[in-house]
Structures are given as structure tokens and as C-alpha cells.
Design a protein around this ligand. Sequence first.
Ligand code: ASP
Length: 341
Amino acid sequence: MAGRAASIEPALMTPIPNQTSPVFSQPHLLGIEGLSVSDVLNLLTLAHNYVELSRHGEKKLSVLRGRTQINLFFEASTRTQSSFELAGKRLGADVMNMSVKSSSVSKGETLIDTAVTLNAMNPDLLVIRHASAGAAALLAQKVGCAVINAGDGAHEHPTQALLDALTIIRHKHRVEGLTVAICGDILHSRVARSNILLLQLLGASVRVVAPRPLLPAAIDRWGVQVFSRMEEGLKDCDIVMMLRLQLERMDGAFVPSVREYYRYFGLDEEKLAYAKPDALVMHPGPMNRGVEIASSVADGVQSVIREQVEMGVAVRMAVLDALARNRPVQAETPAPQGGEA
Ligand code: ASP
């Protein structure tokens, strides 16, 4: 990270480049892994501009007019799906939410068949969430549009990491040199994986704090410091990022009891006092109050959890815009005949 200015916030203030200039070198956003610092900073700059526009200017833009965005969610989602929908609509796209329960998937169609069918409708942007790691990458090989990973199993959730970085930069003006403690269910968390990759890329030092059963076997190769006690892991850190216990991905009991877990790993005011006094408290949502976080901390003065949601819309606008710039507007071609859609 040598040579990079400590404060990167001023760089984010640059205006949105002209609508046709490319800002992102990749055809898809499948993960943080493999992204360059300049791709990340360009996305964050676009997102920062969209925060300001959404707060003070025109809410409805025409950047994606004539573009079709399909949100294909195979796993439940509140924040991510609604913010992708809002992001597309704010940019003027035609947005379709594909409900998996009402689709042919419930009649046995495979992920690939569904994708190929949707692809025949000529979307420009396909946002996918799926329970299997690698699902977004697989789709990207089968469709002709830009694919955005909105969470694939325990693998990656790149837009979450980007919105977390934007939230951090808007408060701390930099990422380089900060100490970030990611606490809780690291093993099942795509948020942890994407955040570790992005925070390290931008020069932060990352700690993970968790009971041993909730750590991946290969954690020693992730370049993070590992702690098993909150008091030690949180000591003097700048950011405390809490994670939900991902019960739906657990096969058996990973923690003795929720009460016990809260006692040792739940973030309350007493444990937070070990972090720096101006440390930020973050959580990707949905929160389990009284399990991984106390209400008084989630709603307290150090919490930026609600702001993360606002940054989520702006980051998703930036990602949709950036990927659309790399693709010419498609001409309509008729969908194939026959068969039930
Ligand atoms: N919303 C995040 C995700 O989709 C975190 C969570 O579900 O706990 O991974």
C-alpha cells in the first residue's frame, strides 16, 4: 500500500465521469477477489456521488433508461433485493424481480435452464443470490449479460463489502491503517470473506473474533489475526463489525446455546468499551438483537448500521451503472417460441 495517500476520501469527491466512459475493467461483479484497487476506488467514487445525488439532487435519473435488470433471488433477502431494485429504478432501468417460488424453479427447472430462459429475454443486468458458492460465476458463463453476485452461499457478497468500505471512508476518511475486528460466525459468512479481501486490499489490518467452531479451517492462510475473546480482539480497534449466526447454513449445533453465545460473543456496551472510543459499530443485517448484539449498541451513538443501508443503495447504483457502461445497449430480439415461461 506504499505510496497511497492515507486519506482516500477526497478522491471519492471527483464527479461522475461522463456516462459512456468505462470505469470498471470487469464484465461482471462476481466477488472482491481479483479486483484492482483502481476498480474499487472507481466504484466507490461513483457510489459516493450517488449518495449525494440521492440526498440532495435528482432521485430519478435516466442513466439506465432502456436497460433491463432482472433480480433473481433463490434465497430470502430484504435489504439486498430491495436495494438492488431501488438502485435500478433510481437509474431508470426496467427492473424485474424474479420470485423463485413462483418461477419454474419450483417445477424442477435447473439454475442454468432458468438463466438461459431469462437470457433469451435480453436483460442487460442479472443480479443473482443463491445458496451455492460459485452460482454467480457459473451463470456468468452461460448468459450474455452482466452478472452481479448478490451473495453465493458462504463464498462472497461483494456489494456488501463495498458498501461497508464506503461507510467506513465517509466516517474515517480512509481504510489504510485502520484496525477492523470482524466478530461472530466467520465460517458461514460471505460478508466476512468479501470484507476481509476488500479491507486488506485497501490497507486495513483485519482481526477475526469467534469461537473456534465458527472459524474456517484455513483461517491461518487468510492474513488475519485470530482472537477467541472479544475483550482482546476488540482492544483499540477502529471498527467493530458484527455478524449474524447463520443458523440456516449450520448442520448441527455450533454453539452450546444462544444465551452462552451472547454472554461471550454478543456485543454489549461493556465489550465495546475495549475498542477505541470513536470506533464504529457495523452489522450487515438482519440483526439478531440479544444474540450477537445488544439493542443499546445497535441503536447507540457509535452505530452506523442504518447508514450502511443507505450506502447499499448508492453502491448498487454504482455497480449497475459501471457494468452497463461496458455493454452497448442491446437491440430487442424475439424470445424463442413455445414452452411455458
Ligand atoms: N445479509 C447478509 C448476507 O446476505 C448477512 C446475513 O444474512 O447475515 O449474507
